[in-house]
Design a protein around this ligand. Structure first.
Ligand SMILES: *Cc1c(COP(=O)(O)O)cnc(C)c1O
Length: 458
């Protein structure tokens, strides 16, 4: 054990504040944050004095404070660069909004808006009237409601339509989406009774029909989103379920998950049902997310028959699940882009549309200052992500780094940058996938790549 330090040797807060480094840290992190960290650090020196024996000069203490402040700041939300090859990355904020939506958001967020004010009459207005009208026209539906996310949408629909009653659903569709959202658990929460039919891999129309009793209040279909059953399988199509629902006068609920409005075949993405198809075939109620494949903000959209939507909107939980003005603004202006046929400016579609020739160009740009032979540019497959289309591979171009250094270390070095670059590791090699990289970020990635390459080889 070291000797106890003389308390008088510990620099005062005033001294640290007045120090050149202290001033810089105040500039960067704010006075309050800095002072908080100063007091904490000095306190810990007093309590564990032997660790600091002999190093009690302000420079060393400020260095430690700086490290703590930096570590804290990685916990703050901030922009990162997505080089994972998954366009709608659940851990990276799913869908980026389009630049023009971002501009509107900026204006709306720092000032007042007509959120609940009717500019024509000068009276109180409803916050979602305009946007609902827009959605109804765009999707050809009778009515709609907007809530915080699709999980909330499903919960609200079931609470309104199925509390205390039975909902028929195929065993193969009792899915878990993203950890905490499980269809059986949501049903339980809503107070509805799960009536599962069929086997995991196969379900027939007669399974549904046999399960109908006077206590049945809905037939539900859930898009399996993040997994696929292949091989010896059978599902009942929405059209068949529709016939059944008409025959027995039972509403049909379709949880689509992703809100695809346009067909994706053109970009090599197949078999994803669109909202319009689902609505046309006749889900009485269709639920989907505002960001997964729609490219708007995260929210839950419920569309369908007016009689049900009206009930849903009157449910007491509606108020608790409603969206704030920023989400509504982002959704409204994203929908506008579809209406005016400008949706390919939404990042998701921009990325889908970019071909491998362009991606090769970006890869060349990024690697232009690192020596040949230390990396490889290759074509590979990327994914749409966001729990959608798990098996659909879309073409991409990747940069693979060769050498003796560990992929983990390299990955960390890219992550530790001011604007962190998140790549992926495959077979112990670090990879930058360019599928979901914004063109504007390419010069930055080039600079960082060159710098890191220099550090590890220098
Ligand atoms: C993603 C998804 C949900 C949950 O949507 P969130 O917007 O993440 O709440 C529910 N159902 C299906 C089928 C999904 O794919």
């Amino acid at each position: 054990m070291g000797e106890k330090i003389n308390r008088r040797e510990i620099p005062s807060v005033t001294k640290l504040v007045g120090h050149r480094v202290g001033k810089e840290l105040i500039q960067e992190f704010g006075r309050q944050e800095f002072l908080l960290e100063c007091r904490k650090t000095l306190e810990s020196i007093r309590n564990n004095s032997e660790d600091y024996w002999g190093v009690l000069i302000p420079e060393n203490i400020l260095e430690k404070i700086k490290r703590n402040l930096n570590r804290k700041s990685t916990k703050k939300l901030k922009p990162v660069i997505n080089c994972t090859g998954t366009i709608l990355h659940t851990n990276l904020g799913r869908a980026p909004l389009s630049m023009e939506v971002g501009e509107v958001l900026k204006n709306i967020s720092v000032g007042y808006s007509n959120l609940e004010f009717d500019l024509e009459t000068g009276q109180r207005g409803t916050r979602t009237a305009g946007i609902e009208e827009q959605l109804n026209t765009l999707l050809g539906v009778e009515d709609c409601a907007i809530v915080n996310n699709n999980a909330a949408a499903v919960l609200l629909v079931l609470m309104t339509m199925a509390k205390g009653k039975e909902v028929i659903i195929s065993r193969g569709q009792l899915v878990e989406i993203g950890g905490s959202f499980r269809i059986p658990e949501i049903m339980e929460q809503s107070g509805s009774i799960l009536r599962e039919v069929g086997a995991t891999n196969k379900v027939h129309l007669k399974d549904y029909e046999n399960a109908i009793t006077e206590n049945t209040c809905a037939i539900m279909r859930v898009h399996p989103s993040n997994y696929r059953v292949t091989g010896f399988t059978k599902e009942v199509s929405l059209a068949e379920l529709r016939e059944l629902s008409i025959k027995y006068k039972i509403p049909l609920i379709d949880d689509l998950g992703s809100g695809t409005i346009v067909e994706l075949d053109k970009w090599g993405v197949y078999d994803e049902p669109t909202v319009n198809q689902s609505v046309k075939i006749g889900g009485d109620i269709v639920t989907f997310s505002g960001d997964k494949l729609l490219g708007g903000p995260q929210c839950g959209i419920i569309v369908g028959k007016r009689e049900y939507i009206q009930k849903i909107k009157k449910h007491p939980l509606m108020r608790a699940l409603r969206c704030d003005k920023l989400v509504l603004t982002a959704l409204q202006y994203t929908l506008e882009m579809y209406k005016q046929d400008r949706f390919t400016k939404i990042p998701l579609y921009k990325f889908l549309e970019r071909n491998t020739v362009e991606l090769h160009r970006l890869a060349k740009d990024i690697t232009k200052e690192i020596p040949q032979g230390t990396y490889e540019i290759q074509e590979d497959y990327a994914y749409v992500g966001g729990g959608a289309l798990p098996t659909q591979e879309i073409p991409t171009v990747i940069i693979k780094f060769k050498g003796d250094y560990s992929a983990k270390k390299l990955s960390q070095a890219f992550r530790e940058q001011e604007k962190p670059i998140i790549g992926r590791i495959n077979q112990d090699q670090f990879i930058l996938d360019l599928k979901a990289v914004f063109e504007e970020d390419v010069p930055y990635i080039q600079r960082i790549t060159t710098k890191i390459w220099g550090d590890i080889n220098g």
